[in-house]
Design a protein around this ligand. Structure first.
Ligand code: PAF
Length: 288
């Protein structure tokens, strides 16, 4: 594995055509979810992983400061998972004011997660755009735990950079808790309690399957979440994915590889032991 730390060097390496470069952007603190992304990437070509904790996407300074950092361990994991090039730039280099273009996620970046994390998706799109510019990948891999993130990246950046965005299923531990870098900040007891999130998502999906009644889904999910007194709900949303589209924009069929896509999501955000967790489920698809 080659480790590249400067923008100039990565530009040189990626000057050639974009054929066969697959990018897996990360903020480190790697877990099973990232390994699934790397496994997917390896199916397609040269794997370019990136490790950069992007300050632009944290709307809260404390959250940025508390973000877990396990750089040495991460480098080993990238290496063991056959990453070809690891790009880990310094903040000054990658966020150089003269070089970086700010990307605005628009109104669909202000709903759902965006309404609780103002500016978050602008920060994500700005850094991912920069990484696409520098690495010029033909494919990019992202997880579905951050479903709004992958949809906005697809919508705003895939055509501009001629890059195919590939989704990977959310990876979960045996009790259903979605792997997340933030899980390392919780105690074992907290992690056990946090499994209520997936139980609630599944109960919502089950309720919809048996009753076909969207109106009551949210209530059922909240009812189950409330059985865990230490889980503090921030939001529960039950919304069609198409709400991320403005009139006239093409839908997400290409991203998800399903025609006439009409996905209905349940999304949950909340806190256990002060740690913010998010998760989601698509209730009317068996594929995802
Ligand atoms: O999902 C993440 O880890 C980050 O949002 C990403 C895509 C690496 C951009 O910083």
């Amino acid at each position: 594995m080659i480790i590249v730390e400067s923008v100039e060097e990565i530009k040189k390496i990626c000057k050639a055509s974009n054929d066969g470069r697959v990018i897996v952007p990360t903020m480190g603190a790697l877990h099973e979810g990232h390994i699934a992304l790397l496994n997917k990437a390896r199916e397609f070509g040269n794997v370019f992983a990136t490790l950069f904790i992007n300050p632009l996407q944290f709307n809260n300074l404390n959250d940025f400061d508390a973000y877990p950092q396990t750089i040495e361990k991460d480098i080993d994991i990238f290496d063991q998972n056959e990453v070809d090039v690891l790009f880990m730039p310094s903040t000054e280099d990658i966020l150089d004011q003269k070089q970086i273009q700010a990307i605005d996620a628009g109104p669909t970046g202000d709903i759902w997660e965006g309404s609780f994390r103002p500016g978050h998706f602008n920060g994500v799109l700005t850094i991912v755009n920069r990484l696409f510019e520098l690495i010029r990948p033909s494919k990019a891999i992202f997880g579905l735990k951050d479903i709004q993130q992958i949809c906005l990246i697809y919508k705003e950046l895939s055509s501009v950079h001629n890059v195919q965005i590939l989704p990977v299923m959310t990876q979960r531990n045996s009790s259903g808790l979605a792997y997340s870098s933030r899980n390392s900040l919780m105690t074992e007891d907290g992690k056990r309690k946090a499994s209520i999130i997936f139980k609630a998502l599944k109960s919502g999906k089950e309720y919809w399957r048996t009753n076909r009644n969207l109106e009551n889904v949210k209530g059922k999910v909240i009812e189950l979440l409330n059985t865990e007194p230490d889980f503090e709900i921030q939001y529960v949303e039950n919304e069609p994915l198409s709400n991320l589209m403005r009139p006239g924009e093409k839908d997400f069929s290409d991203l998800f590889g399903e025609p006439n896509l009409n996905y209905q999501l349940i999304m949950i955000a909340g806190y256990i032991e002060g740690i913010r967790l998010i998760d989601n489920i698509i209730i009317n698809s068996d594929k995802y």
